[in-house]
Design a protein around this ligand. Structure first.
Ligand SMILES: [Zn+2]
Length: 263
């Protein structure tokens, strides 16, 4: 079934493995969220047409076909979005083959601010992803990681509990004298504070695994998966560190005020 995540976030030409029912009126029509330029805000869009064979059989030797989805903003009832979806002959995967307006090539504003001078690489990586150019996307995201890793780990230090900080500093010194990014991450990944884990998973460990796989003769399609992993881990870490710092600062501030009052 095409789902919300597929319609909202999948780039063109990227396979989405999912079983598609042969009865078209049973296929899901998920409502989705996009920025609406008419409303000037993020809005819910609903599918207004019925599924039908948009252009019949694509290849006369196969049973592949295209679906067309027309979406309408429920805020203004004017802004529309169109998606064309290719369904594989065995109905076991789908991919977007067209979309209007084009996939929005913009990252999260907060993340972009945090990435500072390197945010251009993020946009380029997203453009590559939107076209299915996994090798290109992976290269851009690896470059971002290389350039921000020292600062990122430096920021992690502020979140390390006092009694573990000395040990962390020792490893951090080693990290700084190491040149290779994946080696840097390997040295320090097990010292990540628990507040930066995702459901017990270590984003630095995931990042390390994705970067070590690298581009070793892998196809665009395989690189796309690693690229997505690298992007998500870096974005998660960057935003999580900033959130943690903010709440820590707010907490200390509150505590200080409380203690001053007591005095
Ligand atoms: Zn609207």
């Amino acid at each position: 079934m095409p789902n919300k995540q597929f319609i909202e976030n999948y780039p063109l030409y990227k396979k989405f493995e999912v079983e598609i029912l042969s009865t078209m009126d049973k296929i899901d029509k998920p409502s989705v969220n996009f920025h609406c330029s008419e409303c000037g805000s993020r809005q819910t869009y609903v599918m207004t047409n019925e599924y039908h064979y948009a252009s019949g059989i694509v290849n006369t030797n196969s049973l592949a076909y295209n679906l067309r989805c027309t979406y309408l903003c429920i805020g203004c009832q004017r802004s529309q979005r169109e998606f064309f979806i290719y369904v594989s002959p065995d109905r076991d995967w789908i991919m977007k083959i067209g979309q209007y307006p084009a996939w929005e090539i913009q990252g999260d504003k907060g993340i972009e601010r945090m990435l500072g001078a390197h945010r251009g690489y993020l946009s380029r990586g997203l453009i590559c992803e939107s076209q299915g150019y996994g090798i290109g996307a992976f290269s851009y995201y690896r470059r971002i990681t290389e350039e921000i890793i020292d600062q990122l780990l430096e920021d992690v230090r502020d979140l390390i509990p006092e009694d573990e900080r000395e040990a962390f500093n020792e490893v951090l010194a080693k990290v700084k004298s190491t040149r290779q990014t994946s080696e840097k991450i390997n040295l320090i990944k097990d010292m990540l504070p628990s507040s930066l884990l995702i459901d017990g998973m270590n984003p630095l460990g995931i990042l390390h695994a994705a970067l070590s796989k690298g581009l070793h003769a892998e196809s665009d399609e395989e690189c796309l998966v690693h690229a997505e992993t690298v992007r998500e881990s870096v974005v998660f870490l960057t935003s999580q560190i900033s959130e943690n710092k903010k709440s820590k600062a707010a907490f200390s501030d509150k505590m200080r005020k409380l203690l001053e009052k007591k005095k």
